[in-house]
Design a protein around this ligand. Structure first.
Ligand SMILES: *Cc1c(COP(=O)(O)O)cnc(C)c1O
Length: 441
């Protein structure tokens, strides 16, 4: 019997990744996963960036087991616990102090969208303004506030009500190299008759993960920051996916030298895939009253234990250097692939361990990723039309694993007869991968 039957029968239609990767996973370690048929997979998805240090890193696992065995506090609302104290000390010593960053740390509910919601609430509270400026192709989460500043039409439709108090502006490069979109935004803000009122904050991803690996240049980020300072607008960086080392530095914005007022972190902050999110707030903006953004799970102490251990990766620059070295390998490999296969009309995008190929042929990226899956590679698409193949291995992957995965991707591309794919698509192939996958159940 089909081993996915129970999921198809009982789980809501909302399920998504289990459609893209239709098998039952049983075990994982480092960059490898195994399914119930004992088939192995290389992970180039890393839980959408929640597993930057790979699956079940042994040193973190050890700390978790010790903590559980000693009856450490697991749930404590936001009460002061030993585990939280150690996390705060470690985050301050390893991340904030060496970077001369001064932030208060807010524990929000454990998902990324909760960190984003808290940042929006705070920006509105601090400035007394209601609108948030955000960008084309942005993704900030699925609750109403975050959805209002998310670009994707399909996701926005899910809200079922009008999403407001957000103004979308063109991200860096949206109109190609010739249009400077900071100048464009400035024009609206300078003109009291533009219809665009002064926003409480501008929120951005330095590299758009879900929106198709669009990269903001450091220069653009600096100019946008200057505009924020000039107009007294708060700058929020949503570093939920691009942060925690994904692009080679702990915060993705470090090389740009900008100094955001608020930073949202989640995904890999716990380092073990345990749910955790934090919002970093410039001390002078920390005007919350007690409990104003409350929540039951703002003190998942297992996540604190894991996060404290995970931050040891940032005590020196070994991991950073590893990512920087491999960044080039990934780039060169993808660039060669694109050159050798002009028929996919590919373009290499991204930086660090967040790179990929945008395919100019409709539906092709999805097809390549499904074909990679059957060959033992977990890899996802992103972008408005799922047109970008996204290469996101754990940061800790070694050269062997990286090459093994990239070779699978290469084989998948080489085996696809693009012209017959286009012809068959004209007839009947649905656009979304989950529709493709569900037909295989
Ligand atoms: C994943 C993500 C979120 C939302 O996080 P959830 O934990 O899924 O709520 C927000 N912003 C960015 C940039 C993300 O990648």
């Amino acid at each position: 019997m089909n081993n996915l039957k129970i999921f198809n029968d009982l789980e809501s239609e909302v399920r998504s990744y289990c459609r893209s990767f239709p098998t039952v996973f049983t075990q994982s370690s480092g960059y490898r996963l195994r399914d119930d048929k004992n088939k192995e997979y290389i992970d180039f998805f890393s839980g959408a960036g929640a597993l930057n240090y790979g699956h079940n890193p042994p040193q973190i696992k050890k700390k978790l087991i010790e903590y559980l065995s000693s009856d450490g506090i697991v749930h404590g609302l936001d009460m002061a616990t030993e585990a939280k104290k150690e996390f705060l000390e470690q985050f301050n010593q390893v991340i904030l102090n060496p970077r001369k960053m001064k932030y208060k740390i807010m524990f929000t509910g454990p998902t990324g969208t909760n960190a984003v919601e808290s940042s929006l609430k705070l920006a509105r509270k601090v400035t007394g303004r209601d609108s948030i400026m955000c960008f084309t192709n942005a993704f900030h989460g699925m609750t109403l506030g975050s959805l209002a500043i998310t670009g994707n039409a399909g996701k926005r439709q899910g809200a079922g009500i009008p999403l407001g108090n957000a103004v979308f502006m063109p991200y860096d490069g949206y109109w190609g190299d010739s249009v400077d979109t900071v100048d464009y935004i400035r024009k609206f803000l300078d003109d009291s008759s533009s219809g665009v009122s002064l926003p409480a904050a501008i929120i951005l991803e330095t590299l758009q993960g879900e929106g198709g690996l669009n990269v903001a240049s450091y220069e653009w980020l600096r100019r946008l920051e200057a505009l924020c300072r000039e107009k007294n607008i708060l700058l929020i960086v949503d570093d939920i996916q691009a942060g925690c080392g994904r692009t080679g530095t702990f915060f993705s914005f470090e090389p740009a030298g900008i100094n955001p007022d608020i930073v949202c972190l989640s995904k890999s902050i716990s380092g073990y895939g345990l749910p955790m999110a934090i919002t970093l707030i410039k001390p002078e903006l920390d005007i919350w009253s007690a409990g104003e953004h409350n929540g039951t799970f703002r003190g998942h102490n297992l996540a604190f234990v894991a996060a404290t251990e995970a931050l040891n990766y940032w005590k020196d620059d070994t991991l950073s250097k590893h990512v920087k070295n491999m960044e080039k390998d990934i780039h060169d490999f993808l660039a060669d692939l694109v050159e050798e296969h002009p028929e996919i009309k590919g373009e290499v995008r991204g930086r660090g361990f967040m790179q990929g190929i945008a395919c100019g042929v409709d539906g092709l990226a999805v097809k390549i990723c499904s074909s990679s899956f059957t060959r033992g590679l977990i890899i996802e698409t992103s972008g408005a039309k799922d047109e970008v193949i996204k290469v996101m291995p754990p940061l800790t992957i070694d050269e062997t694993g990286l090459m093994e995965g990239l070779d699978i991707l290469k084989d998948s591309i080489e085996d696809i007869k693009v012209q017959s794919f286009i012809n068959s698509k004209r007839k009947n192939i649905p656009k979304k991968r989950h529709l493709l996958a569900s037909s295989a159940y």
